[in-house]
Design a protein around this ligand. Structure first.
Ligand SMILES: Cc1cc2nc3c(=O)[nH]c(=O)nc-3n(C[C@H](O)[C@H](O)[C@H](O)COP(=O)(O)OP(=O)(O)OC[C@H]3O[C@@H](n4cnc5c(N)ncnc54)[C@H](O)[C@@H]3O)c2cc1C
Length: 339
């Protein structure tokens, strides 16, 4: 196991901001993963698991500890029945390659999660979701090294406490578990309507009536290519803010003032409101704030056009949050995690 020093983390995140990692190592086996964590803990050095850095923002000081990158690839079919196939996927796999393969196998369950950057190991952390699916819908369990109890564990779906863009890996137990594999159960039945509105629109435009999982992947990839900037060309972290969730009394106030406000009834007297719409209403769509561009096709996305580091990003973030707070009395939350 090689340990590298002073590695610029801006090169390992899609936002391309931030200072160096004091130490960094790539692990290729379970044993190396445990060795890396044990080494850091025995020397009282903090450690952090990094995937592809597509949901991570790094501070200008960098990370004064050990960055561990899980590079363990591969997947195994655990079981196969007439109705479903269960697969175990190692954490270092590229997420979209996993989706592509399962779609080629004609399996249903993660096809709408096509083209989300990142690794399979990171997918449960924020319960990745898009176009009506989230990984919580198909994840059976995962294996992880528990750095607190120093043992390998299997966590079932319910143990992960998945919710909208969240799980125990982001909240209560952040930093505790190094996820090493995820197990998904995917289905052999054809996808059935209703489909997510934008996906259905794509099918209508393209006269697709007998929908296959491959059609959904194609539709999602086309919609995303139009709405989301490619991080390789325009550094960004996808949605920079989570969609807003408000209580019924607040929703009633807002819909009175903004009758055309898009919203989604989540049950339990809560409503989801697209934060991109809120930002757009504040007149910020397309604007450049401290070198950060509010994407002109999707105001949820911030592009690092010419930011001079984390400070500029923070200025832009606070200006946007302040505008939404002042206009709608909603406290919006950042989606990417920070180190
Ligand atoms: C253009 C673009 C579009 C995006 N679209 C979507 C979208 O539609 N839906 C969506 O949900 N997200 C989206 N994202 C966000 C991002 O792709 C996902 O959150 C993805 O799962 C992050 O994977 P990563 O490997 O890059 O994680 P990283 O950014 O490297 O890490 C994210 C978090 O996961 C933790 N982590 C990573 N690997 C492990 C592991 N093996 N064990 C334990 N913890 C780990 C890290 O410590 C960190 O806290 C988008 C991002 C971009 C840039």
């Amino acid at each position: 196991m090689k340990v590298h020093t002073q590695i610029p983390l801006r090169n390992y995140t899609t936002m391309k901001i931030g200072g160096p990692a004091r130490f960094m190592t790539n692990v290729h086996t379970k044993e190396e993963l445990v060795e890396a964590i044990n080494n850091a803990q025995s020397q009282n050095i903090p450690f952090h698991i990094l995937g592809s850095g597509s949901n991570t923002i790094v501070h200008d000081e960098g990370y004064d500890g050990l960055i561990i990158r899980n590079c363990i690839e591969g997947s195994t079919v655990l079981s196969d029945s007439a109705s479903s196939t269960t697969l175990e996927i190692n954490a270092g796999e590229n997420w979209d390659s996993v989706v592509k393969r399962t779609v080629e196998m004609n399996l249903r369950g993660i096809e709408a999660l096509s083209a989300i950057p990142g690794t399979a190991g990171a997918a449960p952390v924020q319960n990745i979701g898009a176009y009506g699916q989230e990984i919580a819908d198909t994840l059976v369990s995962l294996t992880a090294y528990d750095s607190l109890d120093k043992k390998w564990v299997t966590l079932e779906n319910a143990d992960c406490e998945f919710s909208y863009r969240s799980s125990i890996f982001r909240e209560g137990e952040a930093g505790r578990y190094a996820i090493n594999s995820i197990t998904l159960e995917l289905y052999k039945s054809r996808p059935e309507p209703p489909f997510y509105a934008a996906v259905q629109e794509y099918f209508d435009t393209n006269h697709i009536t007998q929908v296959s999982v491959a059609d959904i992947r194609t539709a999602v990839m086309a919609i995303r290519a139009d709405k989301l900037p490619n991080p390789a060309e325009k550094p960004n972290s996808g949605s920079f803010f989570k969609n807003a969730i408000v209580e019924e009394w607040h929703f009633n106030d807002l819909i009175r003032d903004y009758p055309s406000m898009p919203h989604y009834d989540m049950g339990n007297k809560t409503y989801k409101i697209p934060t991109g719409w809120l930002i757009e209403q504040c007149g910020l769509k397309g604007s450049l704030i401290s070198g950060m561009r509010v994407h002109d096709k999707n105001a949820l996305v911030l592009i690092n056009e010419s930011a001079n580091g984390y400070g500029d990003l923070a200025l832009a973030r606070e200006e946007i949050k302040g505008a939404v707070r002042d206009t709608f009395r909603i406290q919006i939350e950042q989606e990417p995690l920070e180190i």
